[in-house]
Design a protein around this ligand. Structure first.
Ligand code: UDX
Ligand code: ADP
Length: 480
């Protein structure tokens, strides 16, 4: 029986290993993590992460050929294939701070593998890491190998949260990068065999190590670039009276462009986009390509601009002050169908409103109060360090309340901001919400989920990203 061990039981490691276990009954899969809390949760009825379909998969395999453990050393030493799926946060200090990835967790995982390995192993780089990390890891392993043969593969993850299980069941492609040596090619074949249990052969792409690593960064940079492009156009639409949804529809009909990933929003979030682009920028700078670095940096800058623009729009519309006013925040996760808040635009929007002394009341169907309090007190780039995975006593942000009901959150509010596109926000009884709000009642839709005309009929003053403004909003200058 082939044994797989995955280091890191997070958003990538957990779902990916669960699907491998489901599709490959002949393989034993053990997911290990340093966080006892995480492993305990994976072994309980309340999994660490919310992901549609995940629970079903885990329930089918857990205890059969899928295990979650904190006994890292034992399971690494027994495994034939070790996936490394640890976090790679952005460095907060020192060389490359604010851009370069912090490889502390990766390096300590690699050193532990070198330490405990007693037999040959294939190491699979699964986390998003910058180009040439595999080479660094290879160096650590070979210099500490005690005669053991390590083959390094890069097998980047392309799953998208909220649809992770479907993405894993039916991937657009599986990418495996490895050394062009006979040993490297053999390792590629071994991993290919694992995926062949359910992925058609023509969807498994093999490349050299560096192409695989770079492709992951580039794919995410291209996706993020589409959002920043449409978001930049949303500002122009508001200024000129065009409707960004119509423009995106027309543009997306061009088959060379395609319709996906063209929804204007308050900004992109998630653990990958910003981090990957900053990695790309750093790599370009380190390779003497400042123009290329500048080009990609702009994608992140437009994303920050979009969030600032949204906050300014809220404050300016509400007579230039939100001090002491209750603002309801509907949705805190970085997208629907996930409880993940890493880099969610809601953090920056809430911080911006709190900076203007608003009182905010937040409702998200999947995000806990503890998580929200933690996010709002955290510094930029601190979000991806494991200490934050541990429970903490919230140092309550006084102006913030968190509710478990959209009607409660909006009761008595002066304004509403929709920051995540949860389906349930489309079905709310907005007449009831309007009746319970202060007047004039403002609604700022950062995800274009409501029909602005219908809400205007109720009496709301509505702002929707990139849509024609009503008379009041049109006359308010917004400086981003
Ligand atoms: C992304 C990539 O899609 C995935 O391939 C990679 O492996 C990890 O990063 P993820 O971050 O989970 O996945 O979510 P994604 O669906 O890409 O959304 C990212 C952000 O962009 C979200 O905040 C989302 O709301 C936003 N978005 C997406 C838009 O604002 N408009 C769109 O049209 C699409
Ligand atoms: P991702 O979204 O990439 O999966 P997460 O932060 O959700 O990232 O998961 C990474 C996991 O890796 C965390 O649960 C963290 O505790 C774990 N981790 C980090 N370093 C190590 C290590 N040396 N050994 C085991 N687990 C680790």
């Amino acid at each position: 029986m082939v044994k797989i061990c995955c280091i890191g039981a997070g958003y990538v490691g957990g779902p990916t290993m669960a699907v491998i276990a489901l599709k490959c009954p002949s393989i034993e899969v053990v997911v290990v993590d340093i966080s006892v809390t995480r492993i305990t949760a994976w072994n309980s009825d309340k999994l660490t992460i919310y992901e549609p379909g995940l629970e079903d998969v885990v329930k089918k395999c857990r205890g059969v050929n899928l295990f979650f453990s904190t006994d890292t050393e034992k399971h690494i030493s027994e495994a034939d294939i070790v996936f490394v799926s640890v976090n790679t946060p952005t460095k907060t200090r020192g060389l490359g701070a604010g851009k370069a990835p912090d490889l502390t967790y990766w390096e300590s995982a690699a050193r532990m593998i070198a330490d405990v390995a007693k037999s040959d192993k294939i190491m699979v780089e699964k986390s998003t890491v910058p180009v040439k990390t595999a080479e660094a890891i290879e160096m650590i392993l070979t210099h500490n190998s005690k005669g053991i043969n390590f083959q390094i593969l890069s097998n980047p993850e392309f799953l998208s949260e909220g649809t992770a299980i479907q993405d894993l069941f039916y991937p657009d492609r599986v990418l495996i990068g490895g050394r062009e040596t006979p040993g490297g090619q053999k390792a590629i074949e071994t991993l290919k065999e694992v995926y062949s249990h359910w992925v058609p052969e023509d969807r498994i792409i093999t490349t050299n190590l560096w192409s695989a690593e770079l492709s992951k960064l580039v794919a995410n940079a291209f996706l993020a670039q589409r959002i920043s492009s449409v978001n930049a156009i949303s500002a122009l639409c508001e200024a000129t009276g065009a409707d960004v949804t119509e423009v995106a529809h027309v543009v997306g009909k061009n088959t060379r462009i395609g319709p996906k990933f063209l929804n204007a929003s308050v900004g992109f979030g998630g653990s990958c986009f910003q981090k990957d682009i900053l990695n790309l920028v750093y790599i370009c700078e380190c390779n003497g390509l400042p123009e290329v670095a500048h080009y990609w940096k702009q994608v992140v800058k437009i994303n920050d601009y979009q969030k600032t623009r949204f906050v300014n729009r809220v404050v300016a519309s509400m007579f230039n002050t939100v001090s002491g006013k209750k603002i309801a925040i509907l949705g805190f996760a970085f997208k629907k169908d996930t409880g993940d808040t890493r880099e969610t635009p809601a953090i920056d929007v809430c911080k911006g409103l709190l900076g203007d002394k608003a009182k905010i009341s937040i409702y998200d169907p999947q995000v806990t109060e503890d998580q929200i309090q933690r996010d709002l007190t955290m510094n930029k780039f601190d979000w991806d360090h494991p200490i934050h995975l541990q429970p903490m006593s919230p140092s309550a942000v006084k102006q913030v309340t968190v509710t478990w009901d959209a009607y409660e959150a909006t009761k008595g509010a002066h304004g509403i901001c929709i920051l995540t596109e949860w389906d349930e926000f489309k079905q709310l009884d907005y007449k009831k919400i309007y009746d319970n709000m202060q007047k004039p009642a403002f609604l700022f839709d950062g995800r274009n989920v409501v029909d602005p005309e219908k809400l205007r009929e109720i009496g709301f003053i509505v702002y929707s990203i990139g849509k024609p403004l009503n008379a009041w909003l049109k006359h308010i200058p917004v400086v981003a």
